[in-house]
Design a protein around this ligand. Structure first.
Ligand SMILES: *Cc1c(COP(=O)(O)O)cnc(C)c1O
Length: 373
């Protein structure tokens, strides 16, 4: 994980020809406050795994904490240790993948226990140290990824003594289809989770991710775990996005050239001008997370106008047809992600992926500017 300090990050002004990634910490904080109101009276965490979905955990996590967030989730131990360094003591930092075998992690981090073996290891360590260990117990109710399966759950339900030494903060599960409100698995998972909790010692519960928070009262819990919605990805696909956009990627036009009808552009000569055309080349490509699968399928935003991407996205450069836009000249910038018609969700749809992957693919060689913090 990169550990750019907020001060460094804030200071980044684009050099000539460098794309500018602007991250709106005010929008992220406001999204968290909206979700916190929606999750009340339960608490609402901030999921900041994968460098806060690519936006920079060193800036995002303190902004969430300033907004009132007291519970954070990361994917792995190294992310947890880095986040503790960023936030200092106080907020809960839970590690979704738990601690690797043999690693005790750090008393200041909370492992998510994903199997009975992990339960046993943490409980034994707690008893050996004579100090209760905080943990979150993960029950698999339909993901078949991590968490106690039905057999393990039955064994634990029959023998609560296995938990001796553990201070269970939450029992959690994770929804597989929360972004599809009509999917029958949602209600099934909620029911399985309720049954699982009923067989365990009384404990607070953690259920919904971003989309799960929009599924209704049956998905409320003591701790919601939104990630993507904080960053502006639509948690309710199919209906209007209630979240604020938090990301804007603007790439400068390096050159504009005129080509005759019949000329081709880019690798593979995959696009042929049907008329005399003006082609703008901008300084971002697939190495910057502007996915190659967008080739010929996306548009950028220039002052509210859609500008069609033509030909293949290459590693460092992408070409746009600006024939109808004489005011697009070198030095101007096109908004590739986070503008009109090119939100992360819209770009994702063009690329055949999801907004999450657009954000986590954002490259490392942008100037990054954090605003609204
Ligand atoms: C990533 C993750 C979340 C957050 O999911 P979003 O869909 O981004 O809100 C919540 N819980 C678990 C277990 C996760 O892995």
């Amino acid at each position: 994980m990169t550990r750019t300090s907020v001060a460094e990050a804030r200071g980044a002004a684009p050099l000539y020809g460098q794309p500018l990634l602007t991250i709106d910490l005010g929008a992220i904080a406001a999204n968290w406050r909206d979700l916190a109101a929606r999750g009340a009276p339960g608490a609402v965490a901030g999921v900041v795994k994968a460098d806060a979905y690519g936006l920079g955990v060193a800036a995002v996590a303190p902004a969430l904490r300033a907004a009132g967030c007291r519970h954070f989730f990361v994917a792995c131990l190294t992310e947890g240790l880095a986040l503790r360094g960023i936030l200092g003591p106080g907020p809960m930092i839970a590690v979704l993948e738990g601690f690797p075998p043999g690693a005790d992690g750090d008393a200041a981090l909370v492992p998510v226990l994903n199997s009975l073996d992990e339960v046993a290891a943490q409980a034994a360590a707690a008893r050996a140290a004579g100090v209760a260990r905080r943990a979150i117990l993960h029950i698999d109710t339909g993901m078949a990824r991590l968490g106690l399966d039905a057999g393990e759950l039955a064994r634990l339900s029959a023998d609560h003594g296995m938990l001796a030494g553990l201070d269970l903060l939450y029992v959690m599960t994770h929804l597989a289809c929360a972004d599809e409100p009509e999917h029958p698995l949602n209600a099934e998972q909620a029911a399985r989770f309720a049954t699982a909790c009923a067989g365990l010692p009384a404990c607070r519960r953690s259920l919904a991710n971003s989309s799960g928070m929009f599924l209704g009262a049956g998905f409320a819990s003591d701790l919601a775990r939104p990630g993507c919605a904080l960053y502006g990805v639509n948690p309710t696909p199919g209906t209007a996005n209630l979240m604020r956009q938090a990301v804007r990627l603007a790439a400068p036009v390096l050159q504009v050239r005129e080509i005759p009808a019949g000329a081709t552009v880019g690798y593979g000569a995959s696009w042929t001008a049907s008329r005399p055309s003006r082609i703008a080349t901008v300084a971002a490509g697939y190495a910057d997370g502007y996915l190659r699968s967008l080739s010929g399928r996306a548009s950028a935003d220039f002052r509210g106008r859609p500008i069609p991407l033509v030909a293949r996205v290459s590693m460092d450069l992408t070409t746009f047809d600006v024939t109808d836009h004489p005011d697009i000249v070198p030095g101007e910038s096109l908004v590739l992600i986070g503008g009109e018609g090119c939100t992360p969700d819209e770009v994702a749809a063009r690329a055949g992926t999801i907004g999450y992957e657009i954000l986590t693919s954002l490259g490392a060689r942008y100037a990054r500017s954090y605003v609204g913090g």
